[in-house]
Each structure stands twice: as structure tokens, then as C-alpha cells.
Design a protein around this ligand. Structure first.
Ligand SMILES: Cc1cc2nc3c(=O)[nH]c(=O)nc-3n(C[C@H](O)[C@H](O)[C@H](O)COP(=O)(O)OP(=O)(O)OC[C@H]3O[C@@H](n4cnc5c(N)ncnc54)[C@H](O)[C@@H]3O)c2cc1C
Ligand code: FES
Ligand code: FES
Length: 1350
């Protein structure tokens, strides 16, 4: 076996390495050892796509290059020997010019914080290359061979938390050969209504022959010279024969066999995080037996190292060739199901064998095992030098595969029978329809059926009914069920009914599995779906069976239901640009979005580490209340890893143990002797690399003591019992409206003490918390932090170290998504780094891993609400009272503002009289913090829940109840004193009507009713609701400096989080400086650069929060510009007098010569009387639920939102769409749960499911209402960052409406009249929650009803 260096190329640059730790991933190498930082670490487990690269592999034998995307966080560096890696910088960059993908991403406004953007570029790039190889017809100029549907699917594995995906999808589809460019959304290339061809010609050109990078020639030559030899490098081995492999597997010397790791794609490491070091890594991909694809008349054999992507392609190809044969259909369905396994970039490197082995050994909830088991597959194993062919069923049942044993291949047999027809279907219920989510359950059924000539009835001759991933060791065949179905009886309702009873007895999840009853009900639903068409539509089926194509069942569905094909994403954006304050008000592209796409934009983690830099990781408590007696490390941690453990004892004399602080109090940096929550920071362990620091933190063992301690407070009820509350300063106490008792006295009906419970939500910014602290001269510290609040962080660090504030300098260039989570919660991260740097006198940095970030984050406030409401018979509400228990966690953070925020949006309806009692509970949970619309999101929902309840009690249409309770201008003034503005500013009634018309609401209400009448297993609901949201402007500073060449540098207090602050500020500076009216065509917008926030350069920056920072920053720089214009005007006049005309550059040149002060600083202080104002909007959503699985599909959402006069409609549109989609996450998907000690147990992308492109509204229409002049606003603009998230409650309410229909139907099956008891749809409305309300036994009840009827 040869011993060679590792050679590969990155963006055409050759790398040769001799000494590599074989556990190094491609991401670690790129980020730590190259200048290519576009690969971002979002999750480290294959679940987000932020780290994608394109891998190109040259095969000297065929002279072909194979190209595919992979997640660099899982791909091991040693496995890319001879490969060429392309990152987004390699596609295009500032120096060489940007790639059309990057330009189109920017032009379609598809990047906000930009952290996810390079990953999306790579997914699209991979898809373009794949399409190019299809040999499809040459597309028109500027387009590719990609189809729109492929373009949409290409990005289904990538996560974005900012944009809401629609603009990214548009940018991708702009490359598709079959795109209708009128379907594409707002962009900078053309304006709506322009001639299609003209529009097309404006797109940045795409030409595959130059825009697809070629494999480096030098590498081809090298690869050719390596042919035929296996490789050993450090502890990495790449055998090319089975014999070589077996030799390696033999224990030599002290190598114990279990210290050998066989590797194919290494994607299993995303699930089973590894901490151990292996003696040998054996890459088994080069062994021909493991790469075999053999097709013959007995079936198809696929080598174990064949990737899932390749297996899919082969199966599809084979099925096309087999055409109408039963096996063709089986192979195609297996392939189709496999396309929902993980995401494309995982399937590209993940192997079939790897999947089966991790399933067999570790009980991984596999899809592949289930479907292959149903298809009757067998596996070829090599153990103890013996080949053995066993059925997959037996393989799965055996004891875990020996580490020395090898899975060689899988064989899927042919299924053809002369006397019967073979039917095959696969099923899957998962939070995301297109994949990138493990299923709650999967199933696959194969049945050989024949029909009775005389009756046309169908009989099952044999079958394989398999179920998996439901809380079982591995996929299983339900033998009893099979026996029940093949007893020679014709299929009938009673046989089906009997079979379903067997299913329920058989498919029982193991103890400890979540939602066990739901999973069992899924199994019933799947079997029902498979068999009912055979009973109900015999004649049609017979026809199809004749063609051996059971795909036709898809259209038949049950009882003649029609199921719609998944619809592609589309939408309309309506904006109005009036040019009054040009360029303010123009939809200009986001500043620096091209460098975000290329990955050149610098985040804290991209700043190169200074010499001698150390890395830290938090050790946190896993107990809610316990003494910390000491910290030790697991003996498996190598001795020299830990350099230091920093804890409260390291706070210097004169300093304080403070890690964050706001107006309501301070939070310690570290727990002292007592840890007060699971997730409390106990210490910060410092090591030579982030990997080692994380490993040490993971290996930390805290010695706890709980003797003499009171039990922790882990619920709001406990807090009430023990009177454990945070004080709410009177200024933050909301005021009651009217008199509740009097309002109740007026009511015709009352609902008393109804309850609502709301959980938490995690930020899931793509960039985790990060900071870098560098000691400077004279006891000073330079701190780079990804924070929303540099000024306050600065103060906290100074206080912690006990040094004057001028010793500290905090710099924030940009933040990779914040959503409130990088305000107070960013502070301890940067403070810990600074304290460690101070202690060790060396630079210290950290980038939290996703799990730690999730555990420390706190997130949105959970709460319990009890309400009483009085109302008239026409739905008019006369009084509401709320008792709200808010879980604030252990430290105050921003919790005392919650009562005010909750009532802020709750007051969107005229409740007549409103009273409340809020208790902000102090519990032993991590402190909860601000998250986009903190409290307002919950308040808006509580309002809707009350409305829904009233409507249900009166059996009225909910929309009518909403209508009758909308505010008049007069009632608005009562509920929002001092913020309501003048009558014409109140636009809700206008928006309400407009939305009714633009969304065709009346007609769609009818269409939904009709749909529900004709469909049993799919139900639809539609819901419209308003938003009223009060925001407050805060003081902030700005500085504008004009340099001698006329270019302009701008500093603002606010930080750029992706919300477009810099873009709006640039526009404002160009507008305000433009008022100097120089002569000539200077484009001031292009001359302006906004630079990082730096707390010693510009002070009093304030908070970047509450949706108003952009407008406040704009106003601050406008004040600066006004000062400059005033200083420059006399000079302009005199120069113009002298020379007739004066352009900008000459003016500035002369101003420099004459020492005019060209830098101006201002602090914007909003006027107290008008600093609070209201934002308005409304949204309508239509959803479809699957009564059998509980899956919800958002068919359409329409939003009209009043931005005043938008400062930049493209940016505001992005905010509206992005916050709406984040709201969908809260209402429908995201489960931020804890264990019984309060420790967060959703640890990453495997269990925490933010929306993806397949879970957003299929049709998404946004109109930004330009409501004209608002004298007290910044150039008449209004906020857009948070309020639209509340409109996502329309999706939840529509789901509730659809469930109501399902329940009505369920009652009718029980022969009860449609009087359903009120129910409340929980949040998030996940599949189990929806299904639970639709009836876990809906199938059984239906069958009973049917049988009773027959
Ligand atoms: C984000 C993500 C989402 C996923 N979603 C799904 C999903 O929805 N459904 C699903 O079914 N799967 C899912 N998977 C699992 C995925 O299919 C497996 O991770 C993958 O197939 C493993 O293949 P690999 O080549 O990467 O294996 P590796 O990680 O290289 O190896 C896995 C294990 O198998 C051993 N091994 C590999 N090949 C052999 C062999 N031939 N003989 C003996 N031992 C061997 C290795 O030593 C290792 O222990 C997901 C994975 C990820 C990362
Ligand atoms: S960081 Fe690699 S997929 Fe998320
Ligand atoms: S732009 Fe996608 S995560 Fe921020």
C-alpha cells in the first residue's frame, strides 16, 4: 500500500498535506487553514447547508469528472484526495467578478444576514451542473437546462432564518429553462410589466461554458499517475481490494479492532457525534465490490458504498427501462422515497450501506431499511472471510454487526407474477414534506393481488407490510397483519377493519418514544390508504392492474378524492415607489449582498485568529438548582487539552461577576457556588482549538450537591405558590381599559376561565453566538462580538473586569442573524472571552456549537393564560379579563416588559373593557429573552384565540366576529392613548377591505366549503386577521464623514443584522447630502459606505431592537448630513458664482483646502410626544390538512402591510416575508422543549425544525401599502421588522378551521349532529397535534360508519 501526501485543489489552488489528523473535516481545514471562509458552520451535523462545497472527482478510467455538493462539516478531509473543491468564493468574488448566481441572489433581494447565502449559491450551482449533464435541449440565452421544479428542490435542504425563502427560490428559478419570468418576484433587473424579452436580457448573463468551473488540469495529471494503488496516510487507509481491507481489519500490535472506523460518506457523524479518536480510518469506497451495480433478471444489486444519489439514479434508470413491469414501478417508488432521505447534499455522499449498518448497529430510524425490507431485499455480508447472503429482515434482527464485518451489497429482487399483480407503496410522515427531517414513522407495503373474475373483488395472495422509525429498534415486518390479509378472503371493509386492529396491536412504539399513540394511528392510516382503493374502486383498479402500474392509485385516492400535485412556490409583490425622497424609497439591492453571496463578507468567526489565540467553550449546569462542588473531566479526555478553566473566581479585584445587564438588572457571568438553572454558565474551559475546547466542555463532570436546598421552581404554578416574581416597574405596567365588571354586565354570553398555554421558541440564527477578545496595551481589550447591543456589552465587560470603560472597545461589523437573541444573550459570550483573555493575557475566541447555543439561549417566554370574556349575541365583545403567568426564568433580562408587550398587540380588537393581571415568574429556568416581537407575538395570538372561542360558542363565522370587533378610530384612541396618530393614519379598515378583495376571500370561503364537502381525508381552512402593533423610537447616534475624494464613510449606532439597516442608511445619506444640489451627475448612493459599529468611535449607539433602529439610524445620519450641508452651502454658492457650476467632487476638494469640517456627528432623540406609533396590516391564509397524518400544507397567504412610505420597499418586503415565515415556525413547527430539569432537549437540526422552502405558503402574496405622508415619522416611514410575524397566526387559525371540519365529519360518522365541543389547537401545531384533534381513531370510526351504512 503506497504512502502519499494528501493532494487536492480548492478553487483551483493546489494543496498538499502530509500530516493530518484524519478526523479533520473539510470545513475545519478550509476555515482554519485557508482564506476561503464562505463555508459557514451553521450546525455541524448536515442539517443546514451553510457549509456546502462542490466536490469534483476525476475518474482517469472513464476520463469523466463527477461533481456534487457535500456538507463540508461532515466530509473528512482525507476522503477528498485528488478532488477539486469549489466554494462560493471560487464561483466569483470581488477581485475576479461575481458569478451570475451571486449577482442574481443580490438582484432578487435574496440575502439578508448573508450567513446562509454561500450555501444556497452552492446548492444552486450543483443543480446547474447536474442539469447541464442531462443533455436536455439547449435553453434560450441566459437560461440553463434546469427546470423550475428542480430549482426549487435544489435548495430544499438549506436553511435560511431571515428571508422566508421566496426571493431565494426566485433567484434560483431565474436560471430555469421553463421559467415564466412574469412569475419571478421583485428584483433590480426589471420592473413589472416590461416586455419579457427585455426583462430577460437584463438578467446577469449565464453561460455554462464559462460559468461552470473546470476540473484543474494539474490535478487530472496527478490523479492519473496514482491509478491502482491503495493509500495509507497517517492513520487513513484507502484499500482497493477486499484482501487489503481484511488485512487492515486484523488486529496488529496494540490496535484493538473496535478502534477501527470504516468510512464512506461519514454522514453518520452528523447524528452520532463522535468524541473518540480512532486508531485507523479505513475509507472503503475504492473497493470495487462495494461500488457494484448489477442488474439482471433476478433484480438489482447495489454495492454498499454506492451513494444514495447514485442508487436513486440507477433505480430510476432501471425502472424506465423496465417500463410497465411491476418491478419498474417498485424501483421507481423506492427511488422516489429515497429522495426524501436527508437532503441532496447528504445523499450525494451518504451510502446505502452506511445507512443500513447504522440502522442495524445503532437502531437509527432509517427510511431505507423500511422500504428495502418491503421490497424483499437481501444483503451480502463478509464476516470472518466468509460471504453470506441473508435477507435484510434477518440482517436487521441479528446482533449488531461485528466491527470487522463488512456489508458488501444490497439486492432488491424482481417482482413479477403471471397470475397476480404486484402493488407497492411507500409512506412517510415527517415535519418537512421534501425531506431533511426524520419521519415520525415510515412504512412500505408490497402486495401480490388477484381478482375474482365474477365479482371483480380483490384478494391478496401474499404481502410484505413493513413499518419503521416509529420507536422500534429497526424496521419490522408486521407478520400478523400479513397473515390476516392473506387468508384467502376477498378484501372487504370488514377484513380491513380486522386488519387495522392487528396493526394497532403490532405497531406499538417502545417506552419513552414521543407521541406513541400518534405513531400507531399513522400506521393505521397508512394501511388504510394502501388498501381502501382496492376495496372502493375495484373496476378502475382492475384496469390499472392490467397495466401493472399502481401509480394510478395516487389519483384515485379514497372515495374519489382528488389530491393536488404539489404546487410550486409563487407569489406577487405589490409595492409603490413615488420618488419623493429619491433614492430613499427606491427598492435598491441590499448593500454588500454580492459579497455575502460569495462568502467574502466578514463575520466575527471569519476574522483570522491572532497569534497565540485560545478558544473557549461553556460548561453549564444540567441541574436546575444545585451547589457546584467542583469540576473534573472524564478520563477519556487527553490530559493536556485543558489550558484553563475560567469561572467566577477569576473576576479581578474591583470587577464584578456580571455577564449581561439591561434596564431591569444584571445577570451573573458565571454561577457562583450555586447553579440556578439547567443551562446556567458554570465555567468557560479554554483550549488550543475550538474543537478541543468543545471536547473538554463535553467531557466536564460537575460534582453537584443539593443538600439543604429548596426544590427548584420549575413551573409558573410553583412560582405563584412560592411568590417568586420579578417586579414590573410601574412605567412598564400596562393600563386597563374601561371597567371589566361593567363590560361583563352588558354581555349576553360569557366564557369564564378558559385556558391557553404557549411554549418557547429558539432564535435559530444561522450564525451561532461568537466573540473574539484581544488584549491590548495598558490593560485595554479589543472585543469583536456578534452582538445587537455593542454599547451595552461594552459597559458590561468594563464592569466585569473593573476597568474604566475607555479600556474597552467593542466592534461589530455584521451579525449573522439576531432576532433578539444577540442582544442580552450575546453579552456573556463576549464577556467570558474577555475575562479569559484578561486572565491568560492571550487572545481568546469562541464560536458556540449549536447544542450549547440552544441550551444557553433562553428563547421566547412561555406563558399560561386564563381568560374570561363577555360578548353579545352578534359577536361583539364587551369585556375581557386575562390572568397571565409568564415564565421569565432565573434572571430578569427583559422579562418585565412582557406585560406591556403582550397587551400592545392584544389590544388590536375593541374588547369594550379590558383588564388583566400579569405575573412575571422567577423560575429555575434559563432567563428568557427578547425574541422577534417578544410578547407581541403571544399577545396577538391570545386575541385570536379569544375571538375563535367566541365564534365557536356562537356558531358564527370567525371572520364575522373579527369584523364586528375591529377598532373604530375612536376605540383605537381609547386602547392606545398617545399612539393612535390622526384618523387618516388608521388604515386597518382600509387594509381589511382591500385584502378581502385582493385575496378573493368571499369566493375562496365558498371554495373551501365545497372542497370540504367532497373530501374526507383532506380538509381546508381559511382565515383572515389584522395586526396592530405599537413601536417606540429610541435615541441613537450617527456620524457622516466626507473624505477628500468625495466618498463618504458613515457610522451608526445600530448594527447590521440582515435587516437592511445599512442599505436604508446609505439611501438616507445620499438623499440628505443630495440636498446640497451640486451640478453634474454624481451618484451619491455609490459613494457611501457604512462601516462597522465601534463603541469608542461612535458612542451612545443604543439597542438594535424593536423594529425602529433603521429609521432612528436614518434620522441620526440625516441630522449629520443636514449639518454638513449647512457647512458646505456657503462654499458651494461662492464656487458656483466663480465658475458657473460646481460638482460634488470639486466642492469637497475645495472644502478640504479651506478646512471645512467634513465630519458631523449627531444624536437623534425622538420627540417624546410622537416616539410611539402604531403599525397596521392584515393577513389571510388558506391551509390544507391531511386528516390521516396531521400534515398541514399552507396553500396560500396574502398580506397587506402599511409601511407608511417605505424607506426601501425591497428591504421591507424581505422583513415582512421573513418575519411571517419565522412566525409560521412558532405557530406550526418549532418545539423548543426541555427535560424535567428544565434542560433544553432539542439540540440542533435533528429535532428543531425551522421552516424550509417546502413548509412556507405555496402562494405568497405581499402588498406594501404606501399610506402616504406621516408628519411625525422619519420621511413618513414605518417599521416592518416584527409586526408581520403576528400575521402568521392566520396559518394557525386556518388550520384550526380545517380541523373543525374534520371533527364535524368525525361526529357525523358517529351519527352525532355536528355540535363539536370547543377545542384549542396547540402551538406549535405539529403533525401529532393536528392529527390528535382530527381523531387518532378517525379511520376506525369511518370504517364503522361505512359498515353500518352498507
Ligand atoms: C442530516 C441528515 C439527515 C438524514 N436523514 C435521513 C432520513 O430522513 N432517513 C434515513 O433513512 N436516513 C437519514 N440519514 C442517514 C443517512 O442516510 C446516513 O447517514 C448515511 O446513509 C450513512 O452513510 P455514510 O456513507 O455516510 O456512512 P458513514 O457515516 O461513513 O458510516 C456509517 C457507519 O456505518 C459503518 N459502515 C459504513 N459502510 C459500511 C459497510 N459497507 N460495512 C460495514 N460497516 C459500514 C461505518 O463504520 C459507520 O459506523 C440522514 C443523515 C443526515 C446526516
Ligand atoms: S454546518 Fe454543515 S450542514 Fe450545517
Ligand atoms: S439570510 Fe439566510 S439566514 Fe440570514
Amino acid at each position: 500500500m503506497g504512502c502519499k501526501n494528501l493532494v487536492f485543489a480548492v478553487n483551483g489552488q493546489r494543496f498538499e498535506l502530509s500530516d493530518i489528523d484524519p478526523s479533520t473535516t473539510v470545513l475545519e481545514f478550509l476555515r482554519l487553514h485557508t482564506r476561503f471562509k464562505s463555508v459557514k458552520l451553521g450546525c455541524g451535523e448536515g442539517g443546514c447547508g451553510a457549509c456546502l462545497v462542490l466536490l469534483s472527482r476525476f475518474d482517469p478510467a472513464s476520463n469523466q469528472v463527477e461533481e456534487f455538493t457535500v456538507s463540508s462539516c461532515l466530509t473528512l478531509l482525507c476522503s477528498i484526495n485528488g478532488c477539486s473543491v469549489t466554494t462560493s468564493e471560487g464561483l466569483g468574488n470581488t477581485k475576479d467578478g461575481f458569478h451570475p448566481i451571486q449577482k442574481r441572489i443580490a438582484g432578487f433581494h435574496a440575502s439578508q444576514c448573508g450567513f446562509c447565502t454561500p450555501g444556497f449559491c452552492m446548492s444552486l450551482y450543483g443543480a446547474l451542473i447536474k442539469a447541464e449533464k442531462t443533455g436536455r435541449q439547449k435553453p434560450s440565452e441566459g437560461l440553463s437546462r434546469l427546470t423550475v421544479s428542480e430549482a426549487e428542490r435544489a435548495i430544499s435542504g438549506n436553511l435560511c432564518r431571515c428571508t422566508g425563502y421566496r426571493p431565494i427560490a426566485d433567484a434560483c428559478k431565474s436560471f430555469a429553462a421553463d421559467v415564466d419570468i412574469e412569475d419571478l418576484g421583485l428584483n433590480t433587473f426589471w420592473t413589472k410589466g416590461e416586455d419579457k424579452e427585455v426583462s430577460m436580457s437584463r438578467l446577469p448573463s449565464y453561460n455554462p461554458s464559462k460559468d461552470i468551473r473546470v476540473f484543474p488540469e494539474f490535478l487530472k495529471e496527478e490523479v492519473k499517475s496514482w491509478v491502482g494503488s491503495g493509500v495509507k496516510r497517517c492513520n487513513w487507509y484507502s484499500p482497493v481490494t477486499l484482501e487489503e481491507l481484511q488485512c487492515l481489519l486484523e488486529p496488529h500490535g496494540e490496535n484493538k479492532p473496535n478502534m477501527v472506523k470504516l468510512v464512506v460518506g461519514n454522514t453518520a457523524a452528523g447524528y452520532y457525534k463522535e468524541s473518540q479518536n480512532w486508531d485507523k480510518y479505513i475509507d472503503i469506497r475504492h473497493i470495487p465490490e462495494l461500488q457494484v451495480i448489477k442488474k439482471d433478471k433476478t433484480g438489482i444489486e447495489i454495492g454498499a458504498a454506492v451513494t444514495i444519489t447514485k442508487a436513486i439514479n440507477e433505480l430510476k434508470g432501471f425502472s424506465d427501462w423496465l417500463c410497465n413491469l411491476d418491478s419498474g414501478s417498485i424501483f421507481r417508488k423506492v427511488a422516489n422515497h429515497m429522495e426524501k432521505v436527508a437532503s441532496a447534499f447528504i445523499r450525494n455522499s451518504a451510502s446505502l450501506g452506511g445507512n443500513l449498518v447504522m440502522t442495524q448497529r445503532e437502531n437509527f430510524p432509517s427510511d431505507i431499511a423500511t422500504i428495502l425490507l418491503a421490497a424483499g431485499s437481501s444483503v451480502n455480508i463478509l464476516a470472518d472471510s466468509k460471504h453470506e447472503m441473508v435477507s435484510l429482515e434477518e440482517f436487521l434482527q441479528r446482533t449488531p454487526l461485528d466491527p470487522k464485518a463488512l456489508l458488501l451489497s444490497v439486492k432488491i429482487p424482481f417482482w413479477e407474477s403471471k397470475s397476480s399483480m404486484v402493488l407497492f407503496e411507500t409512506y412517510r410522515a415527517a415535519p418537512r414534506p421534501l425531506g431533511n427531517a426524520l419521519p415520525y414513522m415510515n412504512a412500505a407495503f408490497l402486495a401480490e393481488v388477484s381478482q375474482c373474475d365474477s365479482s371483480n373483488m380483490i384478494c391478496i395472495n401474499s404481502c410484505r407490510m413493513t413499518f419503521g422509525a416509529f420507536g422500534t429498534h429497526h424496521a419490522v415486518r408486521a407478520r400478523k397483519l400479513e397473515e390476516c390479509l392473506v387468508r384467502g378472503q376477498f378484501l372487504s371493509l370488514s377484513l380491513l377493519s380486522e386488519a387495522l386492529e392487528v396493526v394497532k396491536e403490532t405497531i406499538v412504539p417502545e417506552d419513552g418514544t414521543s407521541c406513541p399513540a400518534y405513531r400507531t394511528s399513522l400506521s393505521v392510516g397508512f394501511v388504510f390508504q394502501f388498501l381502501i382503493p382496492l376495496i372502493d374502486s375495484t373496476a378502475t383498479i382492475t384496469k390499472h392492474i392490467g397495466h401493472c402500474n399502481n401509480d394510478s392509485f395516487k389519483d384515485i385516492a379514497h372515495d374519489g378524492e382528488q389530491t393536488a400535485e404539489p404546487q410550486l412556490l409563487h407569489g406577487k409583490q405589490v409595492i409603490e415607489v413615488d420618488g419623493e425622497y429619491c433614492p430613499v424609497g427606491n427598492p435598491v439591492a441590499k448593500s454588500l449582498s454580492t459579497i455575502q453571496a460569495s462568502g467574502e463578507a466578514v463575520y466575527v468567526g471569519d476574522i483570522p485568529s491572532p497569534n497565540n489565540c485560545l478558544y473557549g467553550a461553556f460548561i453549564y449546569s444540567t441541574k436546575p438548582l444545585a451547589r457546584v462542588k467542583g469540576i473534573t473531566f472524564s478520563p477519556t479526555l487527553p490530559k493536556d487539552v485543558v489550558i484553563s478553566i475560567v469561572c467566577f473566581r477569576d473576576i479581578p479585584i474591583g470587577g464584578e461577576n456580571v455577564g449581561s445587564g439591561g434596564i431591569f438588572g444584571l445577570e451573573p457571568l458565571f454561577s457562583d457556588e450555586l447553579a440556578r438553572s439547567a443551562g446556567d454558565r458554570v465555567a468557560f474551559v479554554v483550549a488550543e482549538s475550538q474543537k478541543l475546547a468543545d471536547m473538554a466542555a463535553e467531557a466536564a463532570i460537575i460534582d453537584y450537591g443539593v443538600e439543604d436546598l429548596e426544590p427548584p421552581i420549575l413551573s409558573v404554578e410553583d412560582a405563584v405558590e412560592r411568590s417568586s416574581f420579578f417586579e414590573v416597574p410601574s412605567f412598564f405596567n400596562p393600563k386597563h381599559v374601561g371597567n371589566f365588571s361593567e363590560g361583563m354586565a352588558e354581555a349576553d354570553h360569557k366564557i369564564l376561565s378558559a385556558k391557553i398555554q404557549l411554549g418557547s421558541q429558539y432564535y435559530f440564527y444561522l450564525e451561532n453566538q461568537s466573540a473574539l477578545a484581544i488584549p491590548d496595551e495598558d490593560n485595554c481589550m479589543l472585543v469583536y462580538s456578534s452582538t445587537q447591543v455593542p454599547e451595552f456589552l461594552h459597559g458590561v465587560i468594563a464592569r466585569c473586569l473593573g476597568v474604566p470603560a475607555h479600556n474597552i472597545r467593542v466592534i461589530t461589523r455584521r451579525v449573522g442573524g439576531g432576532f433578539g437573541g444577540k442582544s442580552l444573550k450575546s453579552m456573556p459570550v463576549a464577556t467570558a472571552c474577555t475575562l479569559a483573555a484578561y486572565k491568560l493575557n492571550r487572545p481568546v475566541r469562541t464560536y458556540l456549537n449549536r447544542k450549547t447555543d440552544m441550551i444557553l439561549a433562553g428563547g421566547r417566554h412561555p406563558m399560561k393564560i386564563t381568560y374570561s370574556v363577555g360578548f353579545k349575541s352578534n359577536g361583539k365583545i364587551t369585556a375581557v379579563h386575562l390572568d397571565v403567568l409568564i415564565d421569565g426564568g432565573i434572571y430578569p433580562d427583559i422579562s418585565p416588559i412582557m406585560p406591556m408587550n403582550i397587551t400592545n398587540s392584544l389590544k388590536k380588537y375593541n374588547w369594550g373593557n379590558l383588564s388583566f393581571d400579569f405575573k412575571v415568574c422567577k423560575t429555575n429556568h434559563t432567563s428568557k429573552s427578547a425574541m422577534r416581537a417578544p410578547g407581541e407575538l403571544q399577545g396577538g395570538f391570545i386575541a385570536e384565540a379569544i375571538i375563535e372561542h367566541v365564534a365557536s360558542a356562537l356558531s358564527m363565522e370567525v371572520d364575522a366576529v373579527r369584523n364586528v370587533n375591529l377598532h373604530t378610530y375612536e376605540s383605537l384612541g381609547l386602547f392606545y392613548p398617545g399612539a393612535a396618530g390622526c384618523p387618516e393614519e388608521y388604515t386597518v379598515p382600509l387594509i381589511w377591505e382591500k385584502l378581502g378583495l385582493s385575496s378573493d376571500l368571499a369566493h375562496r370561503f365558498e371554495a373551501v366549503q365545497e372542497f370540504n364537502q367532497w373530501n374526507k381525508w383532506k380538509k381546508r381552512g381559511i382565515s383572515r386577521l389584522p395586526v396592530i402593533y405599537e413601536v417606540v423610537l429610541r435615541a441613537t447616534s450617527g456620524r457622516v464623514s466626507v473624505l477628500s475624494d468625495g466618498s463618504v464613510v458613515v457610522e451608526v449606532g445600530g448594527t447590521e443584522l440582515g435587516q437592511g439597516l445599512w442599505t436604508k442608511v446609505k439611501q438616507m445619506v445620499a438623499f440628505a447630502l443630495g440636498s446640497i444640489h451640486c451640478d453634474g451627475p454624481t451618484n451619491l448612493l455609490e459613494k457611501v459606505r457604512v462601516v462597522q459599529a465601534d463603541t469608542v468611535s461612535l458612542i451612545q449607539g443604543g439597542w438594535t431592537a424593536g423594529s425602529t433602529t433603521s429609521e432612528a439610524s436614518c434620522q441620526a445620519v440625516k441630522l449629520c448630513c443636514d449639518i454638513l450641508v449647512e457647512r458646505l452651502s456657503p462654499l458651494r454658492d461662492s464656487l458656483r458664482e466663480q465658475s458657473g457650476s460646481i460638482n460634488w467632487e470639486m466642492l469637497i476638494q475645495q472644502a478640504c483646502v479651506r478646512s471645512v469640517n467634513l465630519s458631523a456627528t449627531a444624536l437623534y432623540q425622538p420627540d417624546f410626544g410622537s416616539m410611539r406609533y402604531l403599525n397596521y396590516g392584515a393577513g389571510v391564509s388558506e391551509v390544507e390538512i391531511d386528516v390521516l397524518t396531521g400534515a398541514t400544507r399552507i396553500l396560500r397567504s396574502d398580506v397587506i402591510y402599511d409601511c407608511g412610505k417605505s424607506l426601501n420597499p425591497a428591504v421591507d418586503l424581505g422583513q415582512i416575508e421573513g418575519s411571517f415565515v419565522q412566525g409560521i415556525g412558532f405557530f406550526m413547527l418549532e418545539e423548543y422543549t426541555t427535560n424535567s430539569d428544565g434542560l433544553v432537549d432539542a439540540k440542533g437540526t435533528w429535532t428543531y425544525k425551522i421552516p424550509t422552502i417546502d413548509t412556507i405558503p405555496r402562494e405568497f402574496n405581499i402588498e406594501i401599502l404606501n399610506s402616504g405622508h406621516h408628519k411625525d415619522r422619519v420621511l413618513s416611514s414605518k417599521a416592518s421588522g416584527e409586526p408581520p410575524s403576528l400575521l402568521a397566526a392566520s396559518v394557525h387559525c386556518a388550520t384550526q378551521a380545517a380541523i373543525k371540519e374534520a371533527r364535524r365529519q368525525l361526529l357525523s360518522w358517529s351519527n352525532l349532529d355536528g355540535t363539536d365541543s370547543p377545542f384549542q389547537l396547540g402551538i406549535p401545531a405539529t403533525l401529532p397535534v393536528v392529527k390528535g384533534l382530527c381523531g387518532l381513531d378517525s379511520v376506525e370510526r369511518y370504517l364503522k360508519w361505512r359498515m353500518g351504512r352498507n
